[in-house]
Design a protein around this ligand. Structure first.
Ligand SMILES: NC(=O)c1ccc[n+]([C@@H]2O[C@H](COP(=O)([O-])OP(=O)(O)OC[C@H]3O[C@@H](n4cnc5c(N)ncnc54)[C@H](OP(=O)(O)O)[C@@H]3O)[C@@H](O)[C@H]2O)c1
Length: 336
């Protein structure tokens, strides 16, 4: 066979294989693509008085939501947030004070707010500490607020959300996880436990709600500059800071933008930066995927991302080993 024909054959094979995989994935991926508008909808945001939630509320209002409802505990912070969003956007903003751990209080607020189109379960608390020295009450607090609080909020909003779908169009339940909900990190044991749980919740819920036109999203931000992070950093163990220091913190506005864009396209896993995208590919598992293009990237890069992940683990375990060695040395100096 002449060289030119051989090259043409090789090129065809090289093109046909990926194109066939793309075609197969186009038929395979579920659920189907969807468009969930923000304009003209009622967007309900827990933890909407601070940080990422406050940015989300501002952006949803700017994007033309007919109504934005925020829920948190502190009345003073809620009022400040409501007034600042009203001043900036002129939008219709409601604020409710409730602790997400209290189902009855959450239900009362959700019922008073009226049918929700986009529910963003964003509230959250985080305290980094070695699990052995962390007070069990602190660990329980994180699980109660982050995991049980999200279950309470969804349970309270779901009946009316579901009933109103035929008249109001597709709805969304977006759950704020964290990169600590994709990978466990030294000092974040209880927080990670609460955030990993949200993924199971989201995956199961998506199967239960797909027939009713409710689409689930999970957001996985890295460290993000917010009042919550400022507080957490004051007590963060040194070794956690060293490990987290490898990726840079995002701005709350950027995380909020990624979140709203992801919600609009019904994306199940919403990463917020390049690290997050790699983490999403490495931990894709059986998470729903609507985009055949992203599914293609997941299929092609799965092995490579595992290799990258192993390199990260190698670095982290080395850093942890070195940190312990340094601690032991300074201990010895003190004892001399
Ligand atoms: N910042 C980060 O680095 C980062 C990274 C990854 C993921 N996240 C996640 O992103 C979400 C928002 O974090 P953030 O950094 O924006 O936090 P933040 O600035 O501390 O804001 C947290 C919000 O949640 C509300 N909240 C806390 N506990 C509540 C409760 N029991 N009931 C009702 N509302 C409650 C707070 O208001 P009240 O205190 O008045 O109740 C506040 O509005 C959280 O789920 C967090 O886990 C954050």
């Amino acid at each position: 066979m002449p060289m030119a024909s051989l090259l043409l054959l090789l090129l065809l094979v090289l093109l046909i294989i990926p194109l066939s995989v793309l075609l197969a994935l186009r038929l395979l991926v579920r659920p189907r693509t969807i468009n969930i508008p923000i304009r003209g909808r009622h967007v309900f945001i827990s933890g909407g008085s601070s940080g990422i939630g406050l940015s989300l509320a501002h952006q949803a209002a700017s994007a033309g939501a007919s109504r934005v409802t925020i829920l948190a505990r502190s009345v003073a912070k809620l009022e400040d947030a409501r007034d600042s969003i009203r001043r900036a956007t002129g939008a219709d903003i409601s604020a409710f004070s409730a602790d997400v751990r209290d189902f009855d209080a959450v239900k009362k607020a959700v019922d008073a707010a009226g049918p929700v189109d986009v529910l963003i379960c964003n509230h959250g608390v985080f305290a980094a500490q070695d699990f052995e020295t962390q007070d069990l009450e602190v660990a329980k607090f994180m699980v109660d607020v982050n995991l049980m609080g999200t279950l309470n909020l969804i349970k309270a909003a779901l009946p009316t959300m579901r009933r109103s779908r035929p008249q109001r169009g597709p709805g969304s339940i977006a759950i704020m996880s964290s990169q600590a909900g994709q990978v466990g990190l030294h000092g974040l044991a209880a927080y990670s436990a609460s955030k990993f749980g949200l993924r199971g919740l989201g995956e199961a819920l998506q199967q239960e709600l797909i027939e009713y036109g409710i689409h689930v999203s999970l957001i996985f931000p890295p460290d993000t500059e917010t009042p919550g992070l400022v507080e957490e950093k004051k007590r963060r163990p040194e070794v956690t800071s060293i490990l987290v220091g490898y990726s840079s913190a995002m701005q709350a506005d950027d995380v909020a933008r990624k979140t709203l864009n992801g919600i609009k396209s019904g994306t199940f896993t919403i990463p917020c930066n390049l690290d997050g995208l790699m983490l999403a590919i490495a931990t894709a598992g059986l998470s729903p995927q609507r985009s055949f293009l992203i599914a293609f990237v997941e299929v092609i890069l799965a092995g490579l991302m595992r290799l990258v992940g192993l390199c990260y683990l190698w670095t982290w375990y080395n850093l942890i080993e070195r940190w312990h060695a340094k601690q032991e040395q300074s201990q010895l100096k003190w004892n001399v």
